[in-house]
Ligand binder design. Structure first.
Ligand code: HEM
Length: 144
């Protein structure tokens, strides 16, 4: 692949890591928010969650834009045969759904009572890691 493609791939990975910093940290804030009772702590966590979500959303968009841009290097008939990419795009769709759900939870927490228990958020927190492992194995090994 030419240099241009490799520069785009390099920044695709950089933006993906930046996005993941938020996907790993935001649900942790939800766990603490669901455990905290005093109003001052809850108000501060609500501000941190809102700022963090706004901070990482551009990285999500840039990861996807650069990923789609790389697809323009491949003829359609080649893309049709890239099974690993099809599976990856399904997982990326789930990840975007998770990201938007986090946005909904940021607003739900700001509006008042806990949308779920802290135990629920501990399990919720694990989902992005499962997607990351599956996506990295798919794109590095290209098994099908
Ligand atoms: C619509 C979204 C996305 C598209 C279209 C896309 C597409 C691609 C393409 C075409 C490559 C280059 C493959 C190669 O040259 O070997 C790539 C590399 C990569 N992608 Fe994505 N990607 C997307 C989202 C993501 C996400 C969300 C993650 C992480 C969870 C991710 C992780 C990676 C990694 C780690 C590489 C580097 C693999 C390597 O260097 O071997 N991508 N992506």
């Amino acid at each position: 692949m030419d240099n241009g493609y490799l520069w785009i791939k390099a920044f695709h990975i950089v933006f993906m890591v930046s996005w993941y910093a938020g996907l790993f940290y935001l649900p942790r804030l939800f766990v603490h928010h669901a455990m905290s009772e005093d109003a001052a702590t809850r108000a501060r966590l609500a501000i941190m969650e809102r700022k963090l979500y706004r901070f990482v959303t551009p990285w999500a968009i840039l990861t996807i834009v650069l990923g789609l841009w790389m697809l323009t290097w491949y003829p359609l008939e080649v893309l049709a045969g890239m099974g690993w990419l099809h599976a990856k795009l399904v997982l990326v769709g789930l990840l975007v759904g998770y990201h938007l759900w986090c946005g909904h939870l940021v607003r739900a927490f700001a509006d008042g009572p806990n949308p779920h228990s802290h135990v629920w958020f501990r399990w919720f927190n694990e989902f992005p890691l499962l997607i990351l492992v599956a996506v990295v194995l798919l794109v590095v090994l290209k098994p099908f």
